[in-house]
Design a protein around this ligand. Structure first.
Ligand SMILES: Cc1ncc(COP(=O)(O)O)c(C=O)c1O
Length: 409
């Protein structure tokens, strides 16, 4: 293992709960989460139950266990359990919502320059198929305050806007959007709202009922750290009739008087491994117990850490924080100088040669991205329970070394 910076910093005392590679400083919880060992054990138990008697599992246990998840998640995000359905990920949840809205040619869907690409791509396909139009509000970055978000979004509303999609926490820029205020303002104009909360559960407080969006989708496998493949869709009761999965379940024709189709159809969408979803309660319980004060204390710790971590990186590199502290969750994005011309077109395992060098030379896993709408090049750090300030300081030093090297190319 090569390290050109100082000695590798330790993880926190909580890191023993994870099986992360000890040779890597892991600062990217945001992309795919990382599942603690006890939650992986819980998933193994569910899989064992499934394989012991598959018929009983799919015909009896699955529905009962899904309702346990519903109850737990309803209490966790503050909504009625019966208004929740589940899919494997936020990408599918967003596509499901779009498929369930009766769009007409010319209808506009309002997004913004910080939205995640799966939603944008799905809208591109829908535009070709249905004739809808995607309208993109330009939210500045660097950004000074949430009013700039409100102004940008509301200035892009037209009489044809039918739906607005808003990330609660943006993926590329890692800022919290004022979704409650925007939902109220958009509703006042008769526009439906889909909030993409992929990063939200267990990263910032979430009250789905208070937000009042028509649709709220989120992942569990990011900050709740459940195994990969677990997401929810909350749909307001008045919109649940005829709201169906993208692939229809074989149970659709089996109308029941004891269970709404909204639940029955999403609970079983064909044979698959539903164990990731079924151990969401175990993942919530892990965080509730792993730190005194439970998930509220976890979120505060991680938020405080990312602010200090960002400051350490900016100090080491001379880069400027592009967003105020109070818009940050437990992730932070920092804008970087553009990629040197000599590196353009160079093949990189992780997308950008700088990320490859951080992995290969310093053993640091952190994303380096470019999204034309949000700045030419940036990095995004994540602070999870296993991270320490020393790890961000270490990254700051390594980044300074690499940026200086690039400046000389
Ligand atoms: C804001 C946002 N929405 C949706 C997604 C898609 O999530 P998934 O990969 O779980 O489908 C992501 C992934 O990072 C995201 O950041």
């Amino acid at each position: 293992m090569k390290t050109t910076t100082s000695t590798r910093p330790s993880r926190s005392e909580f890191a023993t709960h994870w099986r992360l590679d000890p040779a890597i400083t892991f600062l990217n919880h945001g992309s795919y989460g990382a599942c603690p060992e006890v939650v992986q054990d819980a998933q193994n138990e569910i899989r064992a139950l499934m394989e012991r008697e598959p018929v009983r599992f799919f015909m009896q246990h699955l529905e009962r266990l899904t309702d346990v998840v519903r109850e737990r998640v309803g209490a966790f995000v503050n909504c009625r359990p019966q208004d929740l359905s589940f899919t494997p990920n936020a990408t599918i949840s967003i596509a499901t919502v779009l498929l369930n809205i009766d769009f007409k040619p010319g209808d506009e869907i309002l997004v913004n320059t910080h939205e995640y690409m799966s939603a944008i791509n799905e809208l591109g396909r829908m535009g070709q198929r249905v004739g809808t139009k995607m309208v993109k509000a330009t939210i500045p970055f660097p950004i000074a305050n949430e009013q700039q978000v409100i102004d940008a979004v509301m200035a892009s509303v037209t009489p044809r806007t039918k739906l607005a999609i808003l990330s609660h926490i943006t993926s590329p820029t890692a800022i919290i959007l004022p979704v409650k205020k925007l939902t109220d303002m958009l509703h006042a104009k008769g526009i439906r709202v889909l909030i993409d909360g992929a990063h939200v559960p267990a990263q910032i407080p979430l009250d789905v009922t208070d937000l009042g969006a028509d649709y709220y989708v989120a992942d569990f496998h990011k900050w709740v750290s459940s195994p990969k493949g677990s997401s929810f869709i909350h749909v307001q009761p008045g919109l649940q009739r005829g709201f169906r999965p993208i692939s229809l379940s074989s149970r659709v024709h089996n109308v029941r008087d004891d269970r709404a189709p909204f639940l029955a159809e999403f609970d079983y969408v064909g044979t698959s491994d539903y164990s990731a979803l079924l151990c969401v309660p175990a993942a919530i319980e892990f965080f509730e117990k792993s730190i005194p004060g439970g998930i509220p204390a976890l979120m505060k710790r991680n938020h405080d850490l990312v602010i200090k971590g960002r400051a350490a990186i900016c100090n080491a590199t001379g880069l400027t924080p592009p967003a105020p502290d109070d818009m940050l969750p437990s992730m932070a994005t920092i804008l970087l100088p553009p990629m040197p011309a000599s590196l353009k077109g160079v093949k990189a395992v992780f997308g950008d040669p700088l990320q490859d060098r951080l992995v290969d030379e310093h053993r640091i896993q952190v994303p380096i991205w470019a999204l034309p709408d949000c700045g030419t090049r940036f990095t995004r750090i994540s602070a999870q329970l296993y991270n320490t300030l020393a790890e961000f300081e270490y990254f700051g030093k390594a980044l300074a070394v690499e940026l200086e090297r690039e400046a000389g190319l």
